[in-house]
Design a protein around this ligand. Structure first.
Ligand code: FES
Length: 342
């Protein structure tokens, strides 16, 4: 059963020290809400970045959410959140938090950003579902500040009622001739929308200059993999294909073999499946660890491995000295043999 924090965190924690007051909570679609936040101090962020939000009542329990607003353009800092069943953070933010409440946010993080210093290549923005939140943040910014830069957007949803920011997309398309927006709906596509999913054929026929574009992709991992492969096969340069790495990652654990996870302080031995991430193993045995993005981006799950066999898929926030000292990002560390952690 879903556990909802009973009241609001009232103190900053190490990573989340920006106190913001909720101005409004507005429903965007049947399962997506936008929280508009008032920050009384300067809050620096770039279009496309995310922030950690502390959802712990009396300690640090972090979740990562995209900042769907655009600095210098949006009236408020906004988080746009899909309510995931069993999702503690999304359930609390969308069902419990009300106008006037306070939230604690980290500084903005993430590399899914667009350099807009001028002379930039045209953009192709590919979004699926809630992946549209950083895409909207980036699109607003580029359209307002770089009128010469072409912006082509393909936004995939299951049905038209799930289009997030529907009215704002219409306003932007009417105001900025350099924006070409295509909505793809798997079911009940409306006039002007494409029925079905994004495909390589659609990209080939509708983006003839794809090889000249910067391609930014945000959505579920399989969608990003496919879309990235199609863009590459159609000639987009590898350095011009940018995927948002911050996505909720389902844990995939092999259960046919086990290994021993040893914790030195305090000493304890735990049996965990081979192939589990260190984060999953620690959570399985309720060992203290903080995890927000769960995708090797935010750095909150940094853990020191003393010895053992493992592979890492991200070291994004670690310094060379930390890596040399055995630190890993637990969410991005797959256990292959017995492992000892500090
Ligand atoms: S939880 Fe964000 S890097 Fe691991």
């Amino acid at each position: 059963m879903m556990t909802i924090p009973p009241r609001f965190p009232d103190q900053p924690v190490a990573l989340c020290h920006n106190r913001m007051q909720v101005y409004s909570v507005v429903r965007e679609t049947p399962d997506v809400w936008t929280l508009s936040l008032i920050n009384h101090d300067l809050y620096s962020y770039r279009p496309g970045q995310f922030a950690l939000v502390n959802i712990g009542e009396s300690g640090e329990v972090l979740r990562a959410y995209t900042l769907s607003s655009t600095p210098g353009i949006s009236r408020f800092i906004t988080l746009t959140v899909r309510h995931i069943s069993d999702g503690v953070g999304s359930g609390w933010l969308t069902q419990q938090v009300k106008a006037g409440d306070y939230l604690w946010l980290s500084d903005a993080q993430g590399e899914f950003v667009c350099e807009t210093s001028g002379g930039e290549p045209p953009l192709l923005l590919l979004a699926a579902g809630c992946g549209v939140t950083p895409v909207m943040s980036i699109a607003r910014d580029v359209l307002a500040h770089h009128p010469q830069q072409s912006v082509q957007v393909f936004y995939s949803v299951r049905s038209p009622q799930e289009v997030i920011f529907a009215a704002e997309w219409q306003r932007l398309a009417a105001r900025y001739p350099q924006l070409k927006l295509t909505v793809l709906a798997e079911q009940h596509a409306q006039p002007g929308q494409i029925a079905g999913r994004l495909s390589q054929d659609i990209l080939q026929s509708q983006v003839p200059d794809i090889s000249a574009r910067r391609v930014m992709i945000c959505g579920p991992a399989p969608y990003m993999t496919l879309a990235g492969n199609w863009a590459a096969e159609l000639g987009a340069a590898a350095q011009n294909i940018i995927k948002e790495q911050f996505q909720t990652v389902a844990e995939s654990i092999s259960t046919d073999a086990e290994l021993t996870l040893t914790r030195l302080t305090p000493l304890g031995n735990y049996r965990v499946p081979v192939g589990a991430t260190l984060l999953a193993a620690m959570e399985q045995h309720q060992l203290p660890v903080t995890a927000a993005c769960r995708a090797g981006v935010c750095g909150s799950c940094k853990t020191r491995v003393i010895s053992g066999k493992y592979q890492t898929t991200s070291t994004m926030t670690l310094s060379a000295a930390e890596i040399a000292g055995g630190y890993v990002l637990a969410c991005s560390c797959q256990l292959e043999g017995d492992v000892t952690i500090a």
